[in-house]
Design a protein around this ligand. Structure first.
Ligand code: VG1
Ligand code: CO
Length: 542
C-alpha cells in the first residue's frame, strides 16, 4: 500500500522564527510540501501508532496540504490523525488538541499574519507533544534533512471528507474530523469567569472583535456571541476566507485600521480587539486608547489573579528580548522571576513545562500562558474582559493606574519591509562590529551604557541560541534593538525596537511619537539605516 516516491532536495526549506514560510507558488512546486513533511517525519522517532494533529488557518492551499499530510502520515505509520472540521484549527486550538488528546505532535498550516491567496504566503510548522513549536534542535535537524532527502512515503487513497465530523480509515490509519472550537471553548470556560463577563456585557458594556476574515471568526462567534451574550455583529469579518478578503490578517494600526477608527470615533464601544491569520496574536483597544502589546503583557500579569485560572498567582513572567521592560516592573513588584528569551514562541516552551513561568508575551501582539504552548489571541482578550468585569473600570483607567504604579515604557517598533537582503545583512554586520566601541558614547544626547548581541542559554535544556538581536542600552532605561525578521517571504525586514522608560512620578501621558523622537534619530545614527537601505522612513510603525 505504501508508495515510495523518489525526490530531490530543495535549497530553501529552512524553518524561520515560526516554521517554514514561503510563497504559495513555492509550495505548489511538485514535491515541495511533501519533502518538508517527510523531513519532519524522518527526524522524529517513536510515532508508530501514535496520534498526529492537523489543521490550519484556512488560507489558500490549506485543504490540499492537509490531504497530502494525511496520506503521508498513514504511509509513515501514524495510528491516528485528528483534523479540524474544514481543515480549520487556530494555532492555540491546535496546541490544546495536541495536549488534551496526548498526541505525538502536530502540523500547523499557516503563515500567520502574512497575507493569503495564490500569490501570497503559506506555511507549515511542526509542534511537539507539549503542544508547542518544535525547539531549535528539531528545526535544525529538519532543515538538515531537507537538504539530503531523496524519497518520501505516501499511500494511494482518496481525499478525506473534511466537511463532516466523524471517523474514516486511510490505509488502516484512523482519521477523525473534529470540532475545532469545542475543546478550546471549554478550556476558556475553565480559566475565566464567564458569569462575570456575561454580567458585564448584559449591563451594557459594548465590545467589537475583528476576526479579519481569518481563523478566529468561528471561535469568537461561539465564545463572545453565543456563550457570553455579546450582541450579534460583535464579531466582524467573522467568516474565514482563503485570501482573508484580500487583506493582511495582521492586527496592527495599519491593517486593522477600521477597528482603530471605530475605537477612536464617536460612540466608540468600551473594548475593541482583533486577532491574526492563525489566531495566536491579539490587539487590545479601549475607547480612545491603544494598549501596546508590551503594556498589555504587563497589565495582564499584574491583574491575572482576578481570573479563576490564575487566582493562585503566577510562577514567573517571560518576555522576548525586544519586548519592553514593562513586565519587568510588574515582576519586580510582585517578587516574581522574569525571563528574557529570544524572539519566537518556541523559547517559552521549556520555561512553561518546567513551571518557571505562567504568563509569556512578545511585543508583536503575542500573549499567552501555561494553558497551551502557543500564544493565544482570544485568551488574551478574554483575560482582559475578565479583568474589566471584576474591576469595572475603563481600559484607559486601568492603564493610567498601571503607569502611576509601575511607571511607563514608551515603546514602538519600526519595520523596514522588503529591504535588499544583502544591504540588511551589511547593516547588521557593521553595527555588530561597532558594538564594542559604543559604550560611553553620546548619541543624540543619550549616553550608551551597554551594547551587545543577545544570546540565550536555555536554563532548562542548556541549549545556546546565538545572534538573537543587537541591543544598545542608554542611561535612564532607554533602549534600541535591531534584528532581522525570520518570518518574511520576500527580501529582508529590518525591525528596530525603541523604548524609553518614565518613572511613576514622570510624564505618563505624552504622545509616544514625541516621547521616542530622540531614539528614532539615534537609531539612524547608530546603524545607518538610510545609508544602507535607502529608506528615510519605516514601512510600518507598531
Ligand atoms: C515575528 C514576530 C515574533 C513572532 C513571529 C511569529 O517574527 O516578531 O515576535 O513570534 O513573528 O508570529 P519575526 O522573526 O518576523 O520578527 V506569528 O503570529 O507566527 O505566528
Ligand atoms: Co500568528
Amino acid at each position: 500500500m505504501t508508495l515510495t516516491i523518489a525526490t530531490t532536495p530543495f535549497a530553501d526549506q529552512k524553518p524561520g522564527t515560526s516554521g517554514l514560510r514561503k510563497k504559495v507558488r513555492v509550495f505548489q512546486q511538485p514535491n515541495y510540501a511533501e519533502n518538508f513533511v517527510q523531513s519532519v517525519f524522518d527526524v522524529l522517532e517513536g510515532y508508530a501508532g501514535q496520534t498526529l494533529v492537523l489543521g490550519g488557518d484556512g488560507r489558500f492551499l490549506n485543504r490540499e496540504v492537509i490531504q497530502t499530510a494525511i496520506r503521508m502520515a498513514a504511509a509513515n505509520g501514524f495510528g491516528r490523525v485528528l483534523v479540524g472540521l474544514r481543515g480549520i484549527l487556530s494555532t492555540p486550538a491546535a496546541s490544546n488538541v495536541i495536549r488534551k488528546y496526548e498526541a505525538f505532535g502536530g502540523l500547523v498550516l499557516s503563515a500567520s499574519h502574512n497575507p493569503g491567496g495564490p500569490d501570497e504566503d503559506f506555511g507549515i510548522k511542526y509542534n511537539i507533544g507539549n503542544g508547542g513549536p518544535a525547539p531549535e534542535k528539531i528545526t535544525d535537524a529538519i532543515y538538515a534533512r531537507t537538504k539530503v532527502i531523496d524519497r518520501y512515503l505516501t499511500v494511494d487513497a482518496p481525499d478525506v471528507d473534511l466537511d463532516c465530523l466523524g471517523e474514516t480509515l486511510v490505509a488502516g490509519m484512523i482519521v477523525a474530523v473534529i470540532d475545532p472550537v469545542a475543546d478550546y471553548a471549554e478550556l476558556m470556560e475553565q480559566l475565566f469567569d464567564f458569569d462575570a463577563i456575561r454580567d458585564l456585557i448584559a449591563g451594557g458594556f459594548r465590545l467589537s472583535f475583528d476576526a479579519m476574515h481569518a481563523v478566529t471568526g468561528p471561535y469568537a462567534q461561539e465564545i463572545l456571541e453565543r456563550r457570553l451574550g455579546a450582541s450579534a455583529g460583535t464579531v466582524v469579518n467573522g467568516t474565514p476566507l482563503p485570501d482573508f478578503g484580500g487583506h493582511h490578517p495582521d492586527p496592527n494600526t495599519v491593517h486593522a485600521h477600521e477597528l482603530f477608527e471605530r475605537m477612536f470615533g464617536a460612540d466608540a464601544p468600551d473594548f475593541g480587539a482583533a486577532s491574526d491569520g492563525d489566531g495566536d496574536r491579539n490587539l487590545i483597544l479601549g475607547r480612545n486608547i491603544f494598549v501596546t502589546p508590551s503594556d498589555s503583557l504587563a497589565a495582564l500579569a499584574a491583574n491575572a489573579h482576578l481570573a479563576p485560572g490564575y487566582a493562585c498567582g503566577l510562577r514567573g513572567i517571560a518576555r522576548s528580548m525586544p519586548t519592553s521592560a514593562a513586565a519587568d516592573r510588574v515582576a519586580q513588584a510582585l517578587g516574581l522571576p522574569l525571563h528574557e528569551t529570544p524572539t519566537g514562541w518556541k523559547f517559552f516552551g521549556n520555561l512553561l513545562d518546567a513551571g518557571m513561568a505562567t504568563i509569556c508575551g512578545e511585543e508583536s501582539a503575542g500573549t499567552g500562558s501555561n494553558h497551551v504552548r502557543e500564544k493565544d489571541g482570544l485568551w488574551a482578550i478574554l483575560l482582559w474582559l475578565n479583568i474589566l468585569a471584576v474591576r469595572r473600570e475603563s481600559v484607559a483607567a486601568i492603564m493610567e493606574s498601571h503607569w502611576a504604579r509601575f511607571g511607563r515604557n514608551y515603546y514602538a517598533r519600526h519595520d523596514y519591509e522588503g529591504v535588499d537582503a544583502v544591504a540588511a545583512e551589511r547593516l547588521i554586520a557593521e553595527l555588530r562590529a561597532a558594538l564594542s566601541i559604543l559604550v560611553g558614547r553620546m548619541v543624540q544626547g543619550l549616553t550608551v551604557v551597554s551594547a551587545d548581541e543577545f544570546e540565550y542559554l536555555d536554563p532548562v535544556d542548556g541549549s545556546l541560541s546565538r545572534n538573537q538581536g543587537l541591543r544598545v542600552q542608554f542611561e535612564g532605561g532607554a533602549r534600541i534593538v535591531f534584528r532581522l525578521s525570520g518570518t518574511g517571504t520576500s527580501g529582508a525586514t529590518l525591525r528596530v525596537y525603541l523604548e524609553r522608560y518614565e518613572w511613576p512620578d514622570g510624564i505618563l501621558d505624552a504622545d509616544t511619537t514625541v516621547a521616542l523622537i530622540d531614539l528614532v534619530a539615534a537609531a539612524d545614527d547608530l546603524a545607518g539605516i538610510t545609508r544602507h537601505t535607502g529608506r528615510s522612513a519605516p514601512s510600518v510603525i507598531t
